[in-house]
Design a protein. Structure first.
Length: 261
């Protein structure tokens, strides 16, 4: 059975190849093309590798490309920094245990409880594991069943959350899908991630469309505007930090900005 990570590696290569035109990479258009994007042999030529070797990579076979090959593919496919890092992550060998839900250490729980700004902690699967009163006031995590406390699941499938983000929902949701793609692909084939992916596919047609695009984006700080049902328009700058206790844990803090409540 093919390694799910290798399959995602090949699918990612194909998705980037199909987004490029010969003109973009300085190649002649040549004869009429039946499909969009570059041909496999053109990518191999640009990367300086054998066509058969490249085809095996795109087919997700069990081959181990070197760092030099990964870098050459990144240049050939005009990958962004985030996409390049994603390709490297998918190419890494090594056994990985099954996903288990993380536990937030008491000192971290006490720290977020002491903050006045909305703050919460998520795990590798983007499950919300701990939050403070300010975050409860905004997101009402405590009113949800534990299995629904997942930031991507909330944004993509919860109707109230869609109203919450209003006109900015599409931008927020699409960015989150691209960021989650980078996490998911490393855990491809894991039952916990597969279960979440099934729920997302069943609950959101937009998710299905954006997921198939295989876009990758790194986690970034930014501004979010929200339409709270009782507090009205809120504006926050959000940023995140990894915990030294467990790098799988991510602390997210929302800081009110001028013009919000």
């Amino acid at each position: 059975m093919a390694d799910p990570r290798r399959v995602e590696f090949g699918d990612f290569l194909r998705s980037r190849r199909e987004k490029l035109s010969p003109k973009t990479v300085g190649l002649p258009a040549g004869r009429r093309r039946r499909t969009a994007g570059l041909r496999r042999e053109e990518v191999a030529q640009l990367a300086g590798i054998g066509v058969d070797w490249y085809i095996r990579l795109e087919q997700g076979r069990t081959v181990s490309p070197s760092v030099t090959t990964i870098d050459a593919l990144a240049r050939a496919l005009r990958l962004s920094k985030a996409e390049h890092a994603h390709l490297k992550a998918l190419a890494r060998d090594g056994a990985r245990g099954a996903f288990t839900r993380e536990i937030v250490p008491p000192p971290i729980r006490r720290m977020i409880a002491s903050l006045h700004q909305p703050a919460y902690v998520t795990g590798r699967r983007w499950d919300v594991l701990a939050w403070n009163e300010a975050a409860e006031d905004i997101f009402a995590f405590g009113q949800l069943p534990e299995q629904d406390r997942n930031t991507l699941l909330l944004v993509m499938t919860n109707k109230q959350m869609r109203k919450f983000y209003g006109a900015t929902w599409t931008e927020v949701a699409k960015s989150m899908v691209a960021m989650f793609r980078a996490t998911h692909d490393v855990w491809a084939g894991d039952p916990a991630f597969a279960e979440l992916l099934t729920r997302l596919r069943q609950g959101s047609p937009e998710f299905v469309k954006w997921w198939e695009a295989h876009d990758i984006r790194s986690t970034m700080s930014g501004l979010k505007t929200m339409n709270h049902p009782t507090r009205g328009l809120l504006r926050f700058e959000h940023t995140s930090f990894q915990a030294n206790d467990d790098p799988a844990l991510k602390l997210v803090i929302y800081t009110p900005v001028e013009g919000g409540d």
